[in-house]
Design a protein around this ligand. Sequence first.
Ligand code: PMP
Length: 306
Amino acid sequence: MDYTKHAFFEGKNVPLSEANISIATHGFLYGTAVFGGMRAYWNEEKQSLFVFRPYDHFRRLLNSGKMMSMTIPYDEEALIQLSLDLLKTDGWKQDIYLRPTIYKADVGIGVRLHELRDEFCMFVIAYEPYVKNDTNAHVTISSWRRIDDNVIPARGKVAGAYANSALIKTDANRAGFDEAIVLDNNGHVSEGSAMNIFMVRDGVLVTPPITDNILEGITRHSMIEIARKELNLEVVERSIDRTEVFIAEEMFMTGTAAQIVAVTKVDHRPVGSGAMGPITTKLRNTFDDIVRAKNPKYLHWNVEVK
Ligand code: PMP
């Protein structure tokens, strides 16, 4: 962490070393915070930085806030402007990751959502891949279940709910796996610890619907559109059973931090041929061009930092 870089904190950009909250802050004590995870990509040819789908990321952040009774004095456009200003402050010239958060900022004890002050903050870090083994990941089926939408909003990014993701990730890594597939309480495949999931069956791309306790992933949404428009693939959103993952032709996971991770083994069983498949390869390459503002058809997803 580079503490000399800037963060947006309590209404202005300050060095990260000065962006600090009290240990008695509500959001820290009770996990009453919602966050986003956005990326900006460096385009070498254009010598410019492009934020990927910031409007959609901030809309999801504000919606997560809505579910948790949070209000801030910024709409999507204002939040985009704050991010561009922040990125310009440090003149980033590399791939980066932006972490915006809305949190219950009052100090003191008392579990609730109402009658508490909300604050918005945001910091930037240099990008590091979430799953290192992203072309041949070996995943397990987690013994943990995905949080249910009737427990904590599953379609939003609620900080406290990430204790669930942390349990999933650590147990999978300690058992020697790169990542885990998580089932929901109905026994259906929901997603990974912080990634959505796709499989190819009989040439059709299948992913769980947004009503199966998944986070409404922006990479997932991009993938569905790219698969349909660029690869002419049929894409179906439906529940996935546990054993379908053993007989899928291809499988991959998607997320802002992870990008597209090819899953080639599930609990020691090869997926398809046991190597990254042609559809996954094509989607990875197409996506990488799109996020770097190299595909003229998708420039509406790229916001240049200037
Ligand atoms: N599921 C969970 C639980 C996540 O934390 C993330 C990362 N934000 C995703 C899926 C992928 O979402 P996105 O593509 O919007 O990053």
